[in-house]
Design a protein around this ligand. Structure first.
Ligand code: NDP
Length: 297
């Protein structure tokens, strides 16, 4: 069949899948005796970070969770940041802690990340969370790749037994995505900037997940007809009016070859915040079970 004869790819829209995940988070939060509480830590006034943190707090309220923003000044020292994290760790009324990245240049994010109580690590980036993920033990998973798994489940995309290819090997997306797909019984390949003949690798994929941060890196000739393509990339390309336009790592014409494709924007993006709130509920549930024993739902 030629690309001209194929039906356009099924759009895997994020908002309905995110709404389902948020609904599940709200239902489970209500079943808890204490409303889950998320601490959002931000340092400085980076406009993107200010807007992300505001968005997360707003979404938390919509789902019926509590949250507080701890906005520290730009000149905060590493010791002051660690003191706040230790205080939040010790507070039994805080179930999840998120340190918004990037931090100002003078602050190394690693000590802050390591200082988090892994039980409250709702971003899923603490080495304990990574270890649990790679050993297929229950734990808190990084939000974007876990959100992708929730999206695949929502649209009933088969994962077990599929050939999955991930483009990108970052700690934030590519690596945990590989572990999640492996745990879900896919056969997983991870490609990166040093992979020779990327197209030969991606053409093998039933399930292609692209998180490279390169606008339109994946073109139709690099995709197996009928494959499911998940575009994690968010790139701002110039539009001439100085405002720019958001686009993914996947060329729009891939929609003529793929069986299913996530749009950008409106694909993976909404899943990331939904998964953060789900992680907050999961963290609160586990902390409740540790103190009080089993949950009654
Ligand atoms: P990073 O820059 O940390 O990692 C990018 C990865 O892609 C690296 O492993 C890099 O390889 C690989 N890569 C870059 N260029 C190529 C290429 N030409 N061919 C093959 N591989 C390549 O980015 P992130 O993982 O943090 O993010 C990836 C994208 O996803 C970005 O656009 C980001 O904005 C977006 N994103 C979206 C989120 C959402 O909610 N939708 C959340 C998080 C990220 P190497 O390791 O060899 O350098």
């Amino acid at each position: 069949m030629t690309t001209a004869e194929r039906a356009p790819a099924r759009p895997l829209a994020g908002p309905p899948a995110a709404a389902a995940l948020l609904g599940e988070a709200a239902r489970r939060a209500q079943a808890l005796p204490t409303t889950p509480n998320l601490a959002l830590v931000r340092v400085g006034e980076d406009p993107a970070s200010v807007s992300y943190v505001k968005g997360k707090a707003k979404k938390a309220a919509e789902v019926g969770l509590r949250s507080q923003v701890h906005a520290l000044p730009e000149h905060t020292t590493a010791a002051e940041l660690l003191t706040l994290i230790h205080t939040l760790n010790a507070n039994d009324d805080v179930h999840g802690i998120l340190v918004q990245l990037p931090l100002p240049a003078h602050l190394d994010p690693q000590p802050a990340l390591l200082a988090l109580d892994p039980r409250k690590d709702v971003d899923g980036l603490h080495p304990v969370s990574t270890g649990l993920l790679w050993s297929a033990q229950p734990g808190l998973r990084p939000c974007t790749p876990a959100g992708v798994m929730a999206l695949l489940a929502h649209y009933e995309v088969p994962v077990a037994g599929s050939r999955a290819v991930i483009v990108g090997r970052s700690v934030l997306v590519g690596r945990p995505m590989a572990a999640l797909l492996l745990n879900a019984s896919a056969t997983v390949t991870v490609a990166h900037s040093r992979t020779p003949d990327l197209g030969a690798v991606t053409r093998d994929a039933d399930l292609l997940i692209v998180a490279a941060g390169q606008a339109h890196l994946i073109t139709p000739d690099m995709v197996k007809p009928g494959a499911t393509v998940i575009d994690v990339g968010i790139n701002r390309v110039p539009t001439g009016d100085g405002r720019g336009r958001l686009t993914g790592d996947v060329h729009p014409d891939v929609g003529l070859v793929a069986g299913a494709l996530t749009p950008v924007p409106g694909g993976v993006g909404p899943m990331t915040v939904a998964q953060l709130l789900m992680n907050t509920v999961l963290a609160a549930e586990r902390q409740h079970v540790e103190v009080h024993g089993e949950l009654v739902r």
